[in-house]
Write a protein that binds this ligand. Structure first.
Ligand SMILES: Cc1cc2nc3c(=O)[nH]c(=O)nc-3n(C[C@H](O)[C@H](O)[C@H](O)COP(=O)(O)OP(=O)(O)OC[C@H]3O[C@@H](n4cnc5c(N)ncnc54)[C@H](O)[C@@H]3O)c2cc1C
Length: 485
């Protein structure tokens, strides 16, 4: 017996099962009810959402130890609610996680910040959550290990998906070990290996890079210490937010959007931030950033937009970033992963048993319909807000003035935008209505921008046509998907 699934206390070590791989019959050394590929934030949430004490869930994680790498840290109220529902929050708070109150936009270094509080969204959790990504993953894995029926195996990279004679997914291969399963979930991130192995296609675009640094004790320096801040004025938006920390620490994070032509690695990035981004920061934050960059080099991560149109096949699904991702400015990635996980848990609970493949596949189909309904609104919003906050052209600069005026003028306007941003509202029709309202407000701003007037008008027209086309394509696709459900 191999040591692959050897933890007998969980009762996961399955007996031998026959799996046919194409023409060849091979022995599946082990079996589980559900195999989850990847123990990042999505894999952990999925395992806990699906665990019912009876199901045997095996989580396979490629890495041996969690390397500190920079990734998502801000979680909207919809995602925080899932973490709460699944019982993660007490552990995460012990690991240094804190509540966040909303977003604040700082239009330029001399302007006051414009607050967009979560509490203005009607009937919604009033706070999101934030913590350092590494601590978040550690905390979630701690909960995972205590969940009955779940086993986590570190250092187990999945290399292949197994299919039965009819082509239905029936397990995975990991080095020379095979595990059969009734359901396989790819939670292996945006560069998913499971996605191409399942034959699910994607469209990927590199947008820019994020350069991230830590500000120890920096949260009180933020204009609004419990808010995520988007500071404008540099080449790309500068995101600054509190991340808490153990023993009541009040640390903050800076995560700045820089061109994909960035060169010179972390040293080059630090120099770029010193020269071109520091002047656009409020004074106290500027000094804190310069001190941080003197102490340690920043981390760099690529910002990509990855779109998928299919997320399931008989016996398998992709979940979280494996199903696509957007620019991190809107901090939507983990909320998508957590809602994906909770949705699968709910749909499978309604269906009851995993033994009937056709019932499982019906659940997967339902999951796909519901997930894209949620995800599409996040994608179009992330795209639109990134363009607006980058403000690279006269049209998008006019839109930026329009949206800031719109938010300043009305609590309802702020609440509607924040509902879309935070996941409380996923209707593409609402996005479109808000977008067109902002376009109409922006026309006045474009008129005021004397030098750029003509270019701004042309740009606005072009942007609104592009956006409407993209949204109508998504609406059509979602309608077709729903009809086939
Ligand atoms: C710069 C940046 C900032 C961001 N900021 C935010 C934010 O503020 N808020 C937010 O919500 N989101 C943010 N995101 C997005 C967020 O980080 C992701 O949505 C989230 O990490 C996705 O989690 P995941 O578990 O799906 O994927 P990952 O975090 O990528 O985890 C995948 C896991 O699968 C494992 N794995 C991969 N391949 C295999 C294999 N073959 N076999 C076994 N295991 C495998 C990996 O080792 C990893 O542990 C940000 C992203 C970036 C890049």
């Amino acid at each position: 017996m191999s040591a692959f699934i050897s933890d007998r206390t969980t009762g996961l070590a399955g007996g031998s099962a026959a799996v046919s791989l194409g023409e060849t019959q091979v022995a599946a050394e082990h079996s589980a009810d559900i195999v989850i590929v990847g123990a990042g934030v999505t894999g952990c949430a999925a395992a806990v959402a699906l665990a019912d004490g009876r199901r045997r869930i095996l989580v396979l994680e490629a890495r041996n130890h969690h390397k500190p790498r920079f990734a998502g840290e801000l979680i909207h109220p919809t995602g925080a609610q899932v973490l709460d529902d699944l019982g993660f929050l007490p552990t995460l708070r012990r690991h240094g996680g804190i509540d966040v109150s909303g977003f604040a936009v700082v239009p330029s270094v001399d302007d006051p910040s414009l607050r967009l509080p979560y509490r203005e969204i009607p009937n919604n959790r009033p706070t999101g959550f934030a913590m350092e990504h590494r601590d978040l993953v550690d905390g979630m894995r701690e909960v995972l290990r205590q969940t009955p029926g779940v086993e986590v195996r570190m250092g187990h990279k999945v290399d292949e998906i197994l299919r039965d004679a009819r082509g239905r997914v029936c397990g995975v291969r990991c080095a020379d070990q095979r595990v059969s399963a009734r359901l396989v979930l790819g939670c292996d991130g945006r560069h998913s290996k499971v996605r191409p192995l399942l034959g699910l296609s994607e469209q990927a675009r590199l947008l820019s890079f994020s350069v991230a640094f830590r500000l120890p004790g920096g949260a009180p320096l933020l204009p609004n210490p419990s808010y995520g801040h988007i500071v404008l004025g540099a080449w790309g938006p500068m995101l600054l937010y509190p991340i808490g920390g153990r023993d009541g620490a009040q640390d903050a994070r800076g995560c700045f959007d820089v061109s994909s032509e960035l060169s010179g690695g972390p040293r080059g990035a630090a120099e770029l931030l010193r020269r071109q981004y520091a002047p656009h920061l409020p004074l106290r934050l500027r000094q804190a950033m310069l001190d941080s960059l003197d102490r340690e080099l920043p981390q760099i991560a690529a910002n990509e937009a990855i779109r998928t149109d299919r997320a399931v096949l008989p016996g398998a699904a992709i979940v979280g970033d494996a199903g696509g991702c957007s620019h991190p400015l809107t901090a939507a990635g983990m909320t998508v992963g957590f809602t994906d996980a909770q949705r699968l848990g709910r749909l499978l609970a309604e269906q009851g048993r995993l033994h009937d493949p056709s019932a499982v596949d019906a659940v997967l189909h339902r999951y796909e319909v519901e997930r894209y309904r949620f995800v599409r609104a996040r994608e179009v919003l992330a795209d639109a807000l990134y363009e607006v906050f980058r403000g690279a052209e006269p049209g998008t600069r006019a839109l930026r003035s329009g949206i800031l005026r719109y938010w300043q003028g009305s609590e309802q306007a702020r609440a509607r935008s924040m509902a879309l941003l935070s996941g409380a509202d996923s209707r593409l029709s609402v996005f479109l209505r808000e977008y067109l309202t902002v376009i109409s407000k922006s026309s006045a701003a474009a008129w005021a921008a004397r030098d750029e007037r003509r270019a701004a008008f042309v740009g606005l027209g072009k942007k609104s046509v592009e956006k409407m086309r993209a949204v109508f394509r998504d609406v059509r696709q979602e309608a077709t998907r729903s009809l086939s459900a």
